[in-house]
Ligand binder design. Structure first.
Ligand code: SAH
Ligand code: SF4
Ligand code: F3S
Length: 486
């Protein structure tokens, strides 16, 4: 596993020559599969598990495959290439992948030319790569997060040789600019601004599988944002494990607040989201910037993880509950309508009932619009994996359910308070609730369901909220308003 070192910004970028070499491999694969499948382009099934960053990586995997001449399908059946882009954040994420890979065994027997590939965070762990080597002999290609831009070369080796291909070297990590991208959406786009993480929260595997924190240049980020706006994208989500430390590895002093301002200045009708913000690096200047940029949604996903100072310290989070609550009041003072969401871990090793109750109190004090809640999952190689974990699963489960009940009541109340307000909503699709209705999201990323037709998809419309159900606001079309509440 990696030790904690800092990237030298000059060595982080994949050299142009190497990228050009990969483009040549794309051509080689194209010729090879052209000869093998004369009936037409073979199909690839690419599935990304986990966070938005992984989805964004998946778009680059697909972009490269499209250059190689692959088409795409929505299930492994009928595919000549299945590529699972995996997540390692919790055990159940890994179990799901192994389950789905197990199910491919039969398909491979029916179609021996099927190429099965595994990539992403899971494969970057030694013990997992070994398990695939030993127990899943029908998996042909395995590569880690650091080898994403080498897919053309690795796939060429897989297709042209008779050996299984593994590329899971551990390293600090690089940035490959200019890779082909096949985006999942036509009006919402992911835009990674940084990769990796240096925080080493003691429960978390991400720094080990994603390498050291490294930022793209502001020029590269802006050029991509301008291109997205020119192509008609209406929502851009800036991605990073901790966007608030954007720029720390760059020489020119552009921080995340400055980056937001520059993207906000791009002319056009679009909105900006970002995730994730680590509370330890969320400054007042950043909150002022969010409040002051009209295109930046007044929504902060600010994972607190725990409300107990003792546990926060054991988690290596570098803030106290008091720091956190102060940040929340400052955000509310500057943006009374700010929507706050968070991640919480229940059952961290050594967490006692009194710690859990402090988390519960914090949830009640902050009043989040939404929570992502997780039971602690032991990750091999992390510090917390070595800590005593005496509380039973039953007890943790009881706490977990108690927390969900508290949050559900808060959510219902906060949604009720939105009734009567008018929001600008980006329409996403037809509603599953009833025909003749569509759904979209408001500035807080909250689902809004209202009467409308499919031609509204991808457009901003104003909706007056008339009611709510758990997790969704109900409304009707209204006169034009601005995206964030006034
Ligand atoms: N970089 C982001 C989060 C990335 S992982 C941040 O720092 O906020 C997303 C969430 O998964 C985390 O916020 C945490 O709540 C949860 N998580 C991470 N590791 C976990 C583990 N070992 N067990 C349970 N939940 C975990
Ligand atoms: Fe994991 Fe912490 Fe980094 Fe988030 S900040 S990815 S929780 S180590
Ligand atoms: Fe999972 Fe990797 Fe994201 S572990 S949460 S896919 S960074």
């Amino acid at each position: 596993m990696n030790t904690h070192t800092t990237n030298d910004s000059s060595s982080v970028f994949v050299p142009d020559g190497e990228l050009a070499r990969q483009r040549q491999y794309e051509q080689k694969v194209r010729e090879l599969i052209g000869g093998r499948y004369p009936e037409g382009p073979p199909l690839a099934y690419v599935h990304s598990y986990g966070c938005q960053q992984n989805v964004s990586d998946g778009e680059k995997l697909k972009g490269q495959l499209a250059q190689m001449g692959y088409g795409f399908c929505d299930s492994p059946e009928g595919a000549r290439l299945v590529l699972y882009n995996t997540c390692a954040v919790r055990e159940n994420a890994e179990d799901r992948v192994f389950g789905n890979v197990g199910a491919l065994k039969k398909l491979k027997r029916q179609h021996p030319d099927l190429v099965i590939g595994l990539c992403g965070c899971m494969t970057q762990q030694e013990q997992i790569a070994q398990k695939i080597k030993d127990s899943y002999p029908y998996v042909d290609l395995v590569f880690g997060t650091h080898a994403l831009h080498r897919l053309p070369e690795l796939l060429y080796q897989t297709l042209s040789g008779d050996k299984r291909v593994f590329s899971v070297d551990n390293m600090d990590g690089t940035i490959a600019e200019g890779l082909p991208v096949q985006r999942e959406g036509s009006f919402k786009a992911n835009l990674p601004v940084m990769y990796g993480c240096n925080n080493f929260c003691t429960y978390c595997i991400v720094p080990y599988v994603r390498g050291r924190e490294r930022s793209r240049t502001p020029e590269a980020v802006l050029a991509e944002a301008e291109d997205l706006v020119a192509k008609g994208y209406k929502e851009i989500t800036l991605l990073g494990q901790n966007v608030n430390s954007y720029g720390k590895t760059l020489p020119d002093g552009v921080d995340f607040a400055e980056l937001l301002k520059r993207i906000n200045d791009i002319p056009g009708d679009f909105v900006i989201r970002f995730m994730t913000s680590h509370p330890k690096d969320c400054t007042r200047r950043l909150i002022d910037t969010i409040a002051g940029c009209e295109k930046v949604c007044h929504h902060i996903h600010l994972p607190v993880q725990s409300g107990s100072n003792r546990i926060l310290k054991a988690m290596n989070r570098h803030y106290t509950r008091e720091d956190y609550l102060e940040l929340v009041s400052y955000a509310r003072e500057k943006m009374p309508d700010v929507v706050l969401t968070s991640d919480i871990i229940v059952g961290f090793p050594g967490e006692q009932e009194e710690d859990f109750l402090q988390t519960l109190e914090l949830i009640k004090a902050v009043r989040y619009h939404g929570l992502f809640t997780f039971l602690y999952s032991r990750r091999t190689g992390t510090k917390a994996a070595e800590m005593d974990d005496p509380v039973s699963d039953e007890e943790k489960g009881r706490w977990f359910r108690q927390m969900l009940a508290v949050q559900q009541d808060i959510g219902i109340e906060l949604f009720r308070q939105m009734e009567g307000k008018t929001f600008r909503v980006l329409v996403e699709g037809e509603s599953r609730s009833a025909p003749g209705r569509v759904t979209g999201r408001n500035y807080g990323n909250i689902l809004v369901d209202f009467p409308g037709t499919g031609d509204l998809i991808g457009q901003f419309v104003s909706v007056k909220i008339t009611g709510s159900k758990p997790g969704v606001l109900l409304g009707e079309r209204a006169d034009e308003t601005c995206y964030n509440p006034e």
